[in-house]
Design a protein. Structure first.
Length: 405
């Protein structure tokens, strides 16, 4: 349990927005899905009372969850709702549950197994999922080697053998049971770890948030200082299509130079550019902030500037900026980023990140849009569920801070 609790008033938001806490003590709440009737489904990274999914309901409509029903005997991260089904992932498999007209799972103890045999290693095991409009499901399989190095050395493996079964996005059929890993299509490669991903209905394409690699200076102090390791590489947003390569482990994106740079494991020196055939990020963010949730906002209750834009839940902090544990926003127009990213909801940490005065209180992870257009944010550290709503009818200015430098 946390040593103190921050109140909703402590969450810093643009003018006209307010935050409330609708549930607490959920366990390590990862991604989240909400039915058209308002039932909230939360996926847990670890089982709570033997259950890995909880359905939450506010039965008396007072803004606080008063009914919790658990099901699913597997931990994991991914969960989403599409075309009358709830889809959920463990660290190695993907399941689906039929929903009734009220948005309730019909047979919670009898999920349909869609995919099994996804790679599971010792780190970055979560399998995040998204669906398109053509009955395909997309799943992240992360690398278990930060830079595809040979053990105990700074030398990169060439070619990187992990790319055959990890470090990318795989595509499976959303309605076909008992698919094996071999039945999937490697949709995009060269992505070290994607926890946040979402299908953009405006562009009809998949967008992903990549966790960048680290530790440039441990084997390569001649090229990188510890400070540069703290500042590089960027956390990156990509629009991905079938066959795309984002470049990991051979190149990384330097948001300071605004260039794709050859990784030192593969002959780079911090300045040498490369990756001419790899895709370029559509947006870049400070290093090591841990983008764990991505949501394209399709509601109408927020001001027009937010519509069809992207919210991102950052799970960690940038040591260089002393900022993190926040929800950011990227404006979009015609399916593409149309402006600088900005901080939308801040201070989930509940402490000064420049001069820490206590432990971090909350770590944003999952995002979902409610039927009324409000935004829900999970916290996988202390199991708090936040709801952010807009009430300022006459509030035209946004009190947000841009950090896109």
């Amino acid at each position: 349990m946390r040593s103190k609790t921050i109140s909703p008033a402590d969450i810093k938001l643009p003018t006209g927005f307010s935050a409330s806490i609708v549930a607490e003590d959920l366990g390590p709440a990862r991604h989240i899905a909400i039915s058209k009737t308002g039932d909230i489904y939360v996926k847990l990274a670890k089982l709570k009372d033997g259950k890995g999914i909880y359905r939450l309901r506010d039965t008396n409509k007072d803004g606080v969850i008063d009914e919790r029903i658990g099901f699913g005997d597997y931990p994991g991260t991914g969960i989403t709702i599409k075309d009358g089904y709830l889809y959920a992932s463990s660290n190695s498999s993907i399941y689906r549950y039929k929903l009734n007209e009220q948005g309730e799972v019909i047979s919670p103890d009898q999920p349909e197994l869609l995919v099994s045999g996804l790679r599971v290693k010792t780190r970055d095991q979560s399998k995040s999922i998204a669906l398109d409009n053509q009955h395909n499901i997309y799943v992240n399989i992360a690398s278990d080697n930060d830079a595809c190095r040979e053990a105990g050395t700074g030398k990169g493996m060439m070619p990187c053998p992990l790319l055959d079964s990890a470090a990318g996005i795989w595509q499976f059929k959303a309605g076909t049971p008992n698919q094996a890993f071999s039945d999937g299509i490697r949709y995009a490669t060269g992505l070290k770890n994607v926890v946040g991903l979402d299908w953009n209905q405006k562009s009809n394409s998949l967008f992903v948030m990549q966790h960048g690699r680290g530790q440039f200076h441990d084997f390569y102090p001649q090229f990188y200082t510890p400070q540069q390791s703290a500042e590089l590489p960027a956390e990156t947003m990509y629009e991905v299509h079938k066959g795309d390569d984002a470049g990991w482990p051979y190149v990384y994106y330097d948001h300071i130079q605004k260039k794709k740079i050859v990784a030192p494991e593969y002959g780079g020196d911090g300045k040498k550019t490369g990756g001419e055939k790899t895709i370029t990020p559509v947006a870049a963010f400070p290093a090591h902030m841990g983008p764990n949730g991505l949501l394209f906002y399709t509601g109408t209750s927020f001001p027009a500037a937010y519509r069809n834009g992207a919210f991102i839940a950052f799970h960690a902090q940038s040591a260089a900026l002393h900022k993190g544990y926040l929800v950011a926003f990227v404006p979009f127009k015609n399916g593409k980023p149309s402006g600088k990213w900005e901080i939308f909801a801040d201070n989930f940490a509940g402490t000064d990140l420049v001069k820490p005065t206590g432990p971090v209180q909350h770590r944003p992870c999952g995002l979902a849009q409610g039927p009324d257009g409000s935004l829900y944010v999970t916290d996988d550290l202390n199991g708090t569920l936040f709801r952010i709503a807009y009430k300022g009818a006459n509030s035209g200015s946004k009190a947000s801070a841009s950090l896109n430098k």
